[in-house]
Design a protein around this ligand. Sequence first.
Ligand SMILES: [Fe+2]
Ligand SMILES: [Fe+2]
Length: 328
Amino acid sequence: MKVLIADDDHSIRFILKIQLESWGYEVISCKDGSEALQHLTSDDPPRIAILDWVMDGYTGVEISQIIKERTPLIYVILFTSKNNEKDLVEAIERGAHCFQSKPVSPGVLKSHIEVAKRLITAEDKLKTQEREIRLQCYSALSDLAEVRHNNTGSHMNRISFYTKLMAEKLGMPEKQCADLALYSKFHDIGKVGIVDSVLLSEEAFDKNERDIMNTHAIIGFSILNSVPTLKIAARIARSHHEKWDGSGYPDKLKGEGIPIEARIVSIVDVYDALRSERTYKKGWSHKEAVRYMHENAGKDFDPKLVDIFLLYEEEFNEIFTHNSTENQ
Ligand SMILES: [Fe+2]
Ligand SMILES: [Fe+2]
């Protein structure tokens, strides 16, 4: 675990660093408040900060206040020679977690750090549990989308696999690839709001039915957009039927005006629909579907994404072949 020390007194920093390193911590040593704040507001901040009250740049209390709302939590131990009640109460109210008076007592400091670790562990555990529960709810939500439109078989799972593959090939960070794999599963969630006579129709749609079906994009967006952690999923649901040349729906977005996540899902969704058998059509071969994707690059689809698709087409074919209940 990383611990940050900020004190303008070099000898205090030196002693603390040796002490903390002997306890197994990685130490970031800062000579003033500005340097400390830079580390504490970075993407990967230390979780424990030992801050001197009075320093150049920012005081320990000012820093505590700035990082008070940060998640994950940063536990602040404030070093001070002050001991009047008013100051101490104010420092806690502004965000510090505890005090250590100078000169530093190693035993007391160690106990403060133990408390900090307990709190940090508890917070991390809670966050992990919360994430797991959220993922379970999302998974139930995506099952709901599939269950009403059951002729699509394992469509949602395949979309998730293709989307992850495409995101990886585009060089997106691992977390973003995993997020897109999940969020892409909701692209057709709006179909829960489509009347059965259209949704379950076994014939090709007439104009009126097509218009009704197309509303699934906006319905899906409305369902997902109210959930702060599902904003990307909402964008996918809304824009996965937009076309590169602006002839799609519902907003007639064009080119890079279409969110990248939706451009990806658009390609893999069409590829999967072409390959799948319907009551009104046979499933296309991989070769036929690939030709269609190629012919529609720059019309329906982002040409750069189609290039990626074509480069790794065999991997998309494998996903379809190995995840098709229709084919088993
Ligand atoms: Fe759709
Ligand atoms: Fe779909």
